[in-house]
Design a protein around this ligand. Structure first.
Ligand SMILES: Nc1ncnc2c1ncn2[C@@H]1O[C@H](COP(=O)(O)OP(=O)(O)OP(=O)(O)O)[C@@H](O)[C@H]1O
Length: 206
């Protein structure tokens, strides 16, 4: 793949609100990058720019060509009327036959590993913490090269966090991960994370 996951001189405003001004950063592939910074500083905006969900007002956002992206959102973005398994399977609608069977087995194993039952309830009937786990599994099982996580563990109790990350860490250890968080201790989930701070319109490598 050519090109890098980077911002070059990026400006981003929402009306009168200036979020980024001339922000530049390059994120090394195959590594986890923790995005810290005060509330409202622009971590979500940065992830949305990298995902192509927002366009910069100035400068450029680049991705390696052919990058497959997956993202979790603070508000989960699940399909409320579908089950957990159907939500996780959404990026795999093309699978058939043996490949589908193999994915379904992997999905069942994943749900069990993070303490979720395989059941017929739509996700609207799940708790906030259960829904969050479904969203995380959908992203990590999506076969992406770059994973963008927006405060994925927010609101989860410590025991559930450990259970979820025991399963998730080996799956994403070699991927390019951007992980927005307010808790620097979450760096322990990654082999050699880099730390970034989004503040005052910039994105700074700490
Ligand atoms: N769609 C939007 N329209 C208008 N303003 C927005 C929009 N999205 C974000 N903002 C504003 O941009 C700024 C950055 O928001 P952003 O959500 O990126 O911050 P954040 O660092 O992720 O915050 P938090 O840690 O609270 O999640 C905030 O002032 C926010 O109010």
């Amino acid at each position: 793949m050519s090109g890098e996951l980077a911002l070059r001189g990026v400006d981003k405003r929402y009306g009168d609100i200036v979020v980024l001004t001339g922000a530049s950063a390059a994120f090394e592939p195959g590594r986890a990058h923790l995005l810290m910074g005060p509330s409202g500083a622009g971590k979500t905006t940065l992830l949305r720019l990298l995902a192509g969900l927002e366009r910069p007002d100035g400068g450029e956002v680049t991705l390696p060509s052919g990058t497959r992206l997956a993202m979790t959102f603070q508000e989960d973005r699940l399909c409320d009327n579908l089950t957990a398994t159907a939500n996780i399977r959404l990026p795999h609608a093309h699978l058939r036959g043996a490949a589908l069977e193999a994915f379904l087995a992997r999905e069942r194993e994943a749900l069990g590993a993070v303490g979720l039952p395989v059941d017929s309830r739509p996700v609207r009937e799940l708790s906030g913490g259960q829904r969050r786990r479904v969203a995380i599994l959908r992203a990590v099982l999506a076969d992406a090269d770059v994973l963008l996580f927006d405060e994925p563990l927010k609101g989860m109790d410590e025991k559930t966090v450990e259970q979820v990350m025991d399963y998730v860490c080996p799956l994403i250890a070699a991927k390019t991960v951007l992980w927005a968080t307010h808790d620097p201790r979450e760096g322990r989930f990654f082999p050699d994370p880099t730390l970034w701070e989004v503040r005052d319109g910039g994105v700074f490598h700490l």
